[in-house]
Design a protein around this ligand. Structure first.
Ligand SMILES: [Zn+2]
Length: 78
């Protein structure tokens, strides 16, 4: 029963945090979710392959922060 607007603003808040510190995060190659750098297996799709370059992380964080998507931002796993 989550309010979509609250969910979207929560995404934006998390995305902003990631954009300011992209080196702490990486992107799952399986589902394009953003996870903390220390995560070794994606909690969303259980992939173990990640892309870690900063530009990709920032671009993905901005994309996920602006719309609802299947991919998720898992910054709360820090
Ligand atoms: Zn994944």
């Amino acid at each position: 029963m989550a309010d979509p607007n609250d969910s979207l603003s929560e995404r934006a808040r998390r995305a902003d945090k990631i954009v300011r510190n992209p080196s702490k995060y990486k992107i799952c190659a399986g589902c394009d979710s953003i996870v903390a750098q220390k995560v070794s297996i994606c909690p969303n799709c259980h992939s173990y392959r990640f892309e870690g370059d900063r530009e990709s992380v920032v671009a993905q964080a901005r994309a996920l922060g602006q719309r609802h998507a299947q991919s998720v931002i898992l910054s709360d796993l820090e």
